[in-house]
Write a protein that binds this ligand. Structure first.
Ligand code: ADP
Ligand code: MG
Length: 303
């Protein structure tokens, strides 16, 4: 599914005086977030539409230049799917997690650590930033183990999803060193195990854990839907842990939204001040969230 990029907003009538006024209105937000870390999960359609890619890269660079520390964690579901298909393999998901056999794991490493990561690094650099790509192997960042996944409806049932990993620990020192040196880290969600084996980790899970260990001010998850929707398809602007439990138990939250919401909730409970699931199909979604005073998407509360 591709979403046509909305027509660019026509700004030709804006006078220099008005432009200055608009910029000045961003000052309180810039002051508030200066020096703070924001972990941004980049995924879904926002990642495949060229115009939105450009907006995203510009937003990340702008945040960096005003003294905020963006850290990007990317997914790559559609890109992995494309290569698997070319190789004649079919992707299979259980509770939002990709079933990963050894061959699929190779594909995941090529696509995430090679193609997708370097595409994003290139985009950010082209927008005037200095991005550095890392997988969880770099700087021994993401230690992982095989995920033990119980069924969301039946706790006695366990699913085997192959080389899908659970995060054991994240050492953020490589990310911090890059940040302090004016670089923008771009992290691929691949971890390594005790025997140096690779693990495919859901990018939302990595983003959430990274936000926690970095004590980030914000965790922003850009996706391909307006936020978390209720049974009738209405946007839920705010979610408490109790409501999340109900929505998962009754099946309203399913698929890729399961790891996303559980990661978001973990981060909120572990001290990340603001956790939001946002529509990445909105042009400049990032700036809109960080510099705007109107909430959009779904905010996850810690209690
Ligand atoms: P991403 O690439 O952003 O991680 P995913 O496909 O993994 O995207 O997760 C987002 C998807 O979760 C949505 O596109 C939607 O199909 C699915 N989903 C399941 N339940 C819900 C819900 N209650 N509200 C919103 N999306 C949901
Ligand atoms: Mg996902």
């Amino acid at each position: 599914m591709t979403i046509p990029h909305p027509n660019p907003v026509d700004l030709s009538h804006i006078q220099p005086r008005e432009r200055a006024e608009i910029l000045a209105q961003a000052l309180p937000y810039i002051r508030k977030y200066h020096g703070k870390t924001m972990v941004i999960k980049y995924g879904g359609n926002a990642m495949t539409d060229p115009a939105l890619q450009q907006d995203f890269a510009e937003d990340v660079v702008l945040l960096k230049l005003v003294g905020i520390n963006p850290v990007v964690v990317h997914g790559g579901g559609p890109q992995i799917e494309t290569l698997l298909q070319r190789l004649g393999k079919k992707g299979e998901f259980i509770q939002g997690m990709r079933v990963t056999d050894a061959e699929t794991m190779e594909v995941v490493e090529w696509v995430l650590g090679g193609q997708v990561q370097q595409d994003i690094v290139g985009l950010i650099n082209a927008a005037g930033g200095k991005a550095v790509g890392l997988t969880g192997r770099d700087g021994a960042m993401i230690r992982a183990r095989k995920l033990r996944m119980t069924d969301t409806q039946n706790p006695d049932l366990e699913h085997d999803v192959g080389q899908v990993g659970d995060v054991v620990s994240i050492d953020p020192s490589a990310v911090k060193a890059l940040q302090d040196d004016a670089f923008i880290p771009v992290v691929s969600p691949i971890g390594f195990g005790e025997n140096n084996e690779s693990y495919n980790i859901n990018a939302d899970v990595v983003a959430a854990k990274l936000a926690t260990v970095l004590q980030a001010e914000k965790l922003l998850m850009l996706t391909n839907i307006p936020g978390v929707l209720d049974r009738d398809g209405k946007l839920l602007v705010e979610l408490t842990p109790r409501r999340i439990d109900e929505l998962v138990a009754d099946g309203t939250i399913s698929g890729g939204m399961i790891p996303k919401i559980s990661g978001a909730l973990d981060a909120a409970k572990s001290g990340v001040t603001a956790v939001h699931i946002l529509d990445g199909r909105v042009p400049h979604a990032l700036l809109l969230e960080v510099l705007g005073d109107q909430p959009f998407g779904t905010m996850i509360r810690s209690h």
